[in-house]
Design a protein around this ligand. Structure first.
Ligand code: HPA
Ligand code: MG
Length: 180
């Protein structure tokens, strides 16, 4: 099994690039059928989602669609108190629009729930969430996910945009941590 070491941890090949591509292709096909004519605004949540967003957006086959890139500001204060992260960098007026949030991964669901709440305050027509990966066993919130790529176990992974302490985002495949 192909392995990679990042910082102090070992990871092994978990999901191939080919598998990711075929899953993203299916997600795009669904969106092509369901979102055409809606002039959707895709919102890529940086940093992790940039690879997924690129793979997906190039497969959207209608021209009337836009993409924008936003970030969540770092925690101010203590993470354990559930301090809200502010969505920054959104320059578009989303009032009355169909917004499709692009996430690399949903695990606890706290972040995506928070993003949805912030966006809904801006009076969009609808906020749809598309996530490349989902860890169902990690969910702590009942979140409404419209497009889900692959459900995975609750193990730490890297690659295809996902990092371990800044490294590993460039890996073309997804790797899972080796448990000794
Ligand atoms: N790896 C990297 N980043 C993450 C993960 C993961 O497994 N889950 C949530 N963010
Ligand atoms: Mg990260």
């Amino acid at each position: 099994m192909k392995r990679v070491k990042i910082h102090d941890k070992e990871f092994e090949l978990f999901i191939s690039h080919e598998k990711i591509q075929s899953v993203v292709e299916q997600m795009a096909e669904k969106m092509n059928a369901e979102l055409v004519g809606k002039n959707p605004l895709f919102l890529c949540i940086l940093n992790g989602s940039f690879m997924f967003a690129a793979e997906l957006f190039k497969r959207i086959n209608f021209v009337e669609s836009e993409i924008s890139f936003v970030k969540l500001a770092s925690y101010v204060g203590d993470q354990t108190t559930g301090t809200v992260k502010e969505l920054i960098g959104l320059n578009e007026d989303i009032e009355g629009r169909t917004v499709v949030v692009l996430e690399d991964i949903v695990d606890t669901g706290i972040t995506i729930d928070n993003i949805q709440q912030q966006l809904k305050r801006m009076n969009p027509k609808e906020v749809l969430v598309a996530t490349m990966l989902l860890k169902p066993d990690a969910l702590k919130k009942d979140v409404d996910l419209k497009y889900v790529g692959i459900e995975i176990p609750n193990d730490f992974i890297v690659g295809c945009g996902l990092d371990y302490d800044g490294h590993g985002r460039n890996l073309i495949d997804i790797y899972s941590i080796v448990k000794e």
